[in-house]
Design a binder for this molecule. Sequence first.
Ligand code: AMP
Ligand code: MG
Length: 419
Amino acid sequence: MISVEEALEKILSYVEVLDPEEKSILDCLDQVLAEDIYSVIDIPPLDNSAMDGYAVQAEDTRGANKSSPRNLTVIGEIAAGSMPTEELRSGVAIRIMTGAPIPRGADAVVRFEDTDEADRKSSQGTLLQIGIVRQVEAGSNVRCKGEDIAKGGLVLKEGTVLRPPEIGVLASLGRSTALVIRRPIVSVLATGDELTDVKQSLSPGKIYNSNTYAIAAAILRYGGIPKILGIGRDSIESLTKKLGEGLDADMFITSGGVSRGDYDIVKDVLAKSGEIAFWTICMKPGKPLAFGVIGEGEKKVPHLGLPGNPVSSMVTFEQFARPAILKMMGKEILAKPTIQAVMTDDITNTDGRRLFTRVIVTKHEDKYYARLTGPQGSGILTSMIKANGLAIIPESSKGVRAGDTVQVQMLDWQEHPLS
Ligand code: AMP
Ligand code: MG
């Protein structure tokens, strides 16, 4: 038996960071930047108003309050998107909208709320005078040129994961495209004579192929592009043909056919199609796993053969396929986040393997608690629906008692607090 760490290390040694591609910024979400981004402009490009109000000289507002307003002459108005035409002198004010450039000579903006505009508006049409009822300091309500991003500066470093704010910043710099590490294409093949495609009707003895969809959805979730090959039958011809169809990819994932009970044919075909090792991994679920390279010459693809049981295939996907996909995408953080939680059920570990137990994590008064989802059979796929984490019971442990602290690998952090 090999450990989870040994298996992961070996798998990761077979995959490389992929090439970069230039894409529309919106298509780059969650991809890794493959260039340094320097700013060719200042943001904001000019000093501008942070408020709707009046541009003034702060000195003119000294001592202003409700009972002794400072009256200024209004000489114009500036909307966002237009340029000031007049210079501001002492004793005057220019009405200004949020985002509009500060006129020359002004050093502060007084908010509408700090003027008597509302009272005057009811009695006059265009205002010729405004009363300032609150003192402002130089710089008040002024956003300075380049205060967010200075021209010439490094804004985003190569290796940055592009999330919505990074994509917004690229747009604010006028970038419509960016160079990012491309997404890996991952071939997905389910194997088994018992499998029926979801579009077909089910005959006795058959089951629907769920693994293809769970695996393909997980590939999509972590940023890859699934190439679905359908179902390979447990025959030399069928499997050989299907494997040949999936070599145009960065990785090949099969499910089923790697456990001891399977027809040797599946393993034979896999072994003949490349250099495949069949591993017994010290984990549960997911003991049998195949890994190696399939294809020849130019068309050599790292292959991960996941077990057929639906829970085992998802749990092993999380441990081995996900980090491989993330590595190919150029990501640096490959592990799922883990937390410490108080287990509220007993768990026994009978055969000295590392248990990945499906649990529901909740939070009470700053402490995490984990309870079992219910029966833990590796065919019970609904346990993965209920679970938001996998409690990890080490291979050296005989199990845990309710009240013990366990490490939990979080599968999903909810938008709402875990409670
Ligand atoms: P195997 O690893 O091929 O021996 O399969 C182990 C168990 O997983 C069997 O009960 C299979 O019927 C089931 N299984 C295998 N492949 C799939 C699949 N694609 N979808 C759902 N169940 C599967
Ligand atoms: Mg099978």
